[in-house]
Design a protein around this ligand. Structure first.
Ligand SMILES: NC(=O)c1ccc[n+]([C@@H]2O[C@H](COP(=O)([O-])OP(=O)(O)OC[C@H]3O[C@@H](n4cnc5c(N)ncnc54)[C@H](O)[C@@H]3O)[C@@H](O)[C@H]2O)c1
Length: 341
């Protein structure tokens, strides 16, 4: 294809510049504008990319007829409004997670994108992470056996957001990863969250999700923790897997560990005759490709536009995550009672 996809980035705070950098390096794309409310952010972008046109009002960018697609990397509460206007102006949209803060709004975006015949993709970056792809492969091949349970910790000291709480900020990552790996949605959730700092949003949340086939999941999301932890543990009946996203050289370790029941040939009559044996075998590190997940995500967005394909992280998947989060909200309001998804 000769024509480049002309792309604009809306929202250039902490995360947006990563899109600018990645699309800048792609031969099939041309970044034609960057937009942010903050003149200071725009000045920084202009310093790094002097030939780039910058805008404070995203509507001026959307009005450009040469613009094919936009990335919306603004705070979650603004995703719906900006993505809707972009789709209505017939632009392809890659919107950051969460797709929206409201189920009805997300459904609206799906309707508008279908009517416009434009790609609507959600920035669930972890689905483009080679480590996550590898874990899906390992689990699909039943190398861990049957999955008993999964627990995930996504903690740090801040950064605090002003529009969504820690659960809405952090756990879309865990939920998107687990839905993708298990290929299923949770059936019900129980959650408890609390605020400890001076602002109005919960900074710590604990979520339990029950998936089909009795797979139990626990997620700890926190902005109030001394350590930045991005760890997921998958416990199977034959092996166990630990994924540490912060370990850049060896993010996945597979432990050949388990607890086996040693049964006597004849039925056992007492606890003494029943023994649990710990199997403590080798630990394998798994080879994982080192490509930046966001780069793969950006390339996928461009491929979907060029080939008219549905993205891996389509808006339906983004809506599914909102369905889980809204059940989580209901459970938090009911002090942790189980709520069906
Ligand atoms: N996929 C990931 O791994 C990942 C990582 C970090 C952040 N995110 C998501 O990216 C989004 C942005 O996060 P962030 O950490 O960069 O936030 P941020 O607050 O650092 O930056 C947001 C920027 O958007 C700008 N903005 C707000 N309203 C705007 C508007 N109407 N027009 C133009 N600009 C506007 C702000 O001035 C700010 O510079 C969030 O949805 C967040 O959840 C995703």
């Amino acid at each position: 294809m000769d024509k480049k996809i002309n792309i604009g980035i809306i929202g250039c705070g902490h995360w947006g510049p990563n899109f600018v950098r990645n699309f800048y390096s792609m031969p099939e794309a041309q970044v034609i504008g960057v937009c942010d409310l903050s003149p200071a952010r725009l000045a920084q972008i202009k310093k790094a990319y002097p030939r780039l046109t910058v805008y404070r009002d995203y509507r001026r960018l959307l009005d450009k007829s040469s613009l094919d697609a936009v990335v919306v990397s603004t705070p979650a509460s603004t995703h719906y409004k900006i993505a809707k206007e972009a789709l209505e102006k017939k632009k392809h949209v890659l919107v950051e997670k969460p797709l929206s803060t409201d189920l009805g709004q997300a459904e609206d975006l799906i309707r508008i994108s279908r009517k416009a015949g434009k790609v609507l993709m959600v920035g669930h970056t972890f689905l483009f992470n080679p480590a996550v792809n590898k874990i899906k492969e390992i689990i699909s091949k039943k190398e861990l056996g049957r999955i008993y349970y999964i627990h995930s910790r996504r903690t740090n000291l801040g950064p605090l957001r002003k529009d969504v709480n820690a659960v809405w900020d952090l756990s879309p990552h865990d939920i998107s990863i687990i839905n993708y790996i298990l290929g299923q949605m949770p059936l019900e959730v129980s959650a408890y969250a609390q605020r400890f700092l001076t602002h109005k949003l919960d900074d710590v949340g604990f979520i339990i999700l029950k998936y089909p086939k009795d797979v139990l999941v626990h997620i700890h999301a926190s902005w109030l923790d001394p350590k930045k932890i991005r760890e997921m543990v998958f416990i199977g009946n034959s092996k166990m897997l630990v994924y540490e996203d912060t370990d850049l050289s060896q993010p996945i370790k597979v432990y050949d560990k388990g607890v086996m029941e040693k049964r006597y040939e004849r039925p056992y009559r007492s606890f003494k005759e029943f023994q649990l044996i710990i199997r403590d075998g080798l630990t394998d590190t798994v080879e994982v490709e080192k490509e930046e997940p966001l780069k793969r995500e950006c390339r996928h967005f461009i491929d979907c536009i060029i080939e008219g394909r549905e993205p891996l992280t389509d808006a339906e998947g983004g809506l599914n995550i909102l369905k889980v989060l809204s059940a989580v909200d209901k459970s938090i309001a009911r002090k942790g009672s189980f709520v069906k998804v």
